[in-house]
Design a protein around this ligand. Structure first.
Ligand SMILES: Nc1nc2c(ncn2[C@@H]2O[C@H](COP(=O)(O)OP(=O)(O)O)[C@@H](O)[C@H]2O)c(=O)[nH]1
Ligand SMILES: [Mg+2]
Length: 419
C-alpha cells in the first residue's frame, strides 16, 4: 500500500476516533520501515547516546559532543538495522526537538534503548516517568525496551558503581539493566585488548540486541493485530450506539407526530361538536340577509347572526390554537413571513381571520374535505416548527455520522488487508 492510500484511510478513521492518532502513526511507521527494524536511543543530553550508537555500529556516524548536539533525528542504516539517534530529552527541550524525539520513541522505534549515565546517579523524576511509560507500553504492545547504563568507566570505585546500579535497579524493578562503557570498548578495539572489550559491556549489549531484533517481526505482528482488534471494536461500538440513537430519534419523531395528529383530531371533533347548534338551525338562515344602506346603523337579525358565527369561529380558532401552542406550532417558517408580525401565525395562514357565513363555517369545520385540509396543513406546519426541525436536523447529523463510521470501518479494513 502506498503512503497516500494509507493517509487517506487514516484520515477517515481519525474523523471518528481522533484518539487513534498514536497507534495509526505507529502503523504508518511500521509500513514505511518495510522489513527493517528500528533501534532508537532515548535519554537526556550528554548521557552518551550518540557515542554508544557509534560503538554499536562500529562507525563514528553520530556526532558526539559535550554540549547539546543532536537537534533532530539522525538515522543511519547499517547491518540491515535502522539506528536512530534522537534529540536529548530534557524538560527545557525545544518543541521541535521534542517532536522528533517523540516520533522516534513512540512511532519509529521497534527497540528502545533507554540511556542513563551512571555519572548522574539515580534516575531523576523525569527519567523515571519515561521509563515507566515504556514499561506500560511494553505491557500493552510487547514492544521491547532495554535500560543501558553508560559511562561506567567514570566510576572507578566498583563498590560505588555497584551501589548506583543497585539503586537504579530498585527504581526500575524487573527491568534488564546493561552497564556499558563506550570509551572502554573503543580502547579495547583500538588496542586489540579483548578483556577491555568484554569489560565494556558492549558485546553483551550487542548479543541482547540481536535477540531482540530477531523478535521484531513477531512483535510487529502482535502490535498490528492489537491495534486493529481495538480499532474495530471501537468502531463497532460507535456504529451500534449511533444506530440505537437513530432508532430512538425516529421513534420520538413518529410518536410526536402521532400524538399531534391524535390530539388535533380530538380537538377537531370537539370543535365540530360545539359548532352543531350554530351550524344546524331550523328555519331561515339570517346570516344570509344582506346589509343595506338603510340599516347601516341598526342591529339587524342578519348582523346578529353573522356576529354569532364570527364568535363561534373565533372560539374554534382559540381551541385549535391552544393545541398548536402546546406542540410549539406557532410562528411561520422564515421563508413564509410577511412584514405584519401579528399575521405571521400558523393559525392565520391556515384559517384566515374571519368567517361570517354559516356555509363557510361548515366547509371549514364540518365537511370531511375541510377537516382533511386542516389536518394536512397543520401537519405541514407542525413539521416545519422549530423543535421538530431541530430533531430532524439531529437525525440527519446522526445519519451522516453513521456514514462516516461505516467509511472508517471500510478504511480500517483496507489498512488491515494491506498492512
Ligand atoms: N568516559 C566516558 N565518556 C563518555 C562515554 N560515553 C559518552 N561519553 C562522553 O559523554 C559526552 C556526551 O556524549 P554523547 O554521546 O554526545 O551524549 P548524548 O548527548 O547523549 O548523545 C561526550 O563527551 C562523550 O565523549 C563513556 O562511556 N565513557
Ligand atoms: Mg547525541
Amino acid at each position: 500500500m502506498d503512503i497516500h492510500t494509507f493517509d487517506a484511510a487514516t484520515h477517515d478513521i481519525l474523523a471518528i476516533l481522533p484518539e487513534y492518532d498514536m497507534p495509526l502513526a505507529r502503523l504508518r511507521a511500521i509500513l514505511q520501515a518495510g522489513q527493517i527494524p528500528t533501534v532508537t536511543v532515548i535519554g537526556k543530553y550528554n548521557h552518551g547516546k550518540s557515542r554508544l550508537l557509534n560503538e554499536l555500529i562500529g562507525n563514528d556516524i553520530f556526532s558526539v559532543a559535550d554540549k547539546r548536539e543532536t537537534v533532530n533525528l539522525s538515522e543511519h542504516l547499517q547491518h540491515n538495522i535502522r539506528w536512530l539517534d534522537a534529540p536529548g530529552l530534557d524538560a527545557d527541550v525545544a518543541a521541535i526537538d521534542d517532536q522528533y524525539a517523540q516520533d522516534a520513541m513512540w512511532n519509529k522505534a521497534d527497540i528502545r534503548l533507554m540511556i542513563h549515565s551512571v555519572r548522574e546517579g539515580e534516575f531523576d523524576p523525569f527519567e523515571l516517568q519515561l521509563f515507566q511509560q515504556f514499561e506500560q507500553d511494553t505491557e500493552q504492545t510487547q514492544r521491547q525496551s532495554i535500560l543501558v547504563l553508560t559511562q561506567i568507566d567514570q566510576i572507578p570505585d566498583q563498590t560505588v558503581l555497584a551501589h548506583i546500579i543497585d539503586s537504579i535497579q530498585k527504581q526500575a524493578s524487573a527491568a534488564t539493566i546493561l552497564p556499558v562503557s563506550a570509551t572502554r570498548h573503543r580502547q579495547g578495539i583500538e588496542n586489540s585488548k579483548q578483556l577491555l572489550v568484554q569489560r565494556s559491556g558492549i558485546p553483551e549489549l550487542q548479543q541482547k540486541l540481536s535477540n531482540m531484533i530477531d523478535k521484531v517481526p513477531t512483535v510487529r505482528q502482535f502490535e498490528k493485530s492489537k491495534i486493529f482488534a481495538d480499532l474495530n471494536k471501537q468502531l463497532s461500538q460507535q456504529l451500534e450506539t449511533t444506530e440505537t440513537n437513530i432508532q430512538q430519534l425516529n421513534n420520538t419523531l413518529q410518536q410526536q407526530r402521532q400524538a399531534f395528529e391524535q390530539d388535533l383530531n380530538q380537538i377537531l371533533d370537539k370543535v365540530r361538536q360545539d359548532l352543531q347548534p350554530i351550524l344546524h338551525i331550523s328555519g331561515l338562515d339570517d346570516s344570509l340577509e344582506p346589509d343595506s344602506f338603510a340599516n347601516m346603523y341598526k342591529l339587524t337579525a342578519g348582523k346578529r347572526d353573522r356576529n354569532r358565527i364570527q364568535v363561534a369561529y373565533s372560539r374554534a380558532c382559540i381551541e385549535i390554537n391552544s393545541h398548536l401552542v402546546r406542540y410549539g406550532v406557532v410562528g411561520l417558517p422564515d421563508t413564509q413571513k410577511s412584514n405584519v408580525r401579528s399575521l405571521d401565525t400558523v393559525m392565520v395562514a391556515v384559517l384566515g381571520i374571519s368567517v361570517k357565513l354559516r356555509k363557510d363555517l361548515k366547509l371549514i369545520f364540518e365537511d370531511e374535505s375541510g377537516r382533511e385540509r386542516l389536518r394536512r396543513e397543520f401537519a405541514h406546519y407542525f413539521e416545519l416548527s422549530t423543535d421538530r426541525m431541530h430533531l430532524k436536523q439531529q437525525l440527519q447529523d446522526l445519519q451522516q455520522q453513521l456514514q462516516r463510521i461505516m467509511q472508517a470501518q471500510q478504511a480500517s479494513k483496507t489498512l488491515e488487508q494491506t498492512s
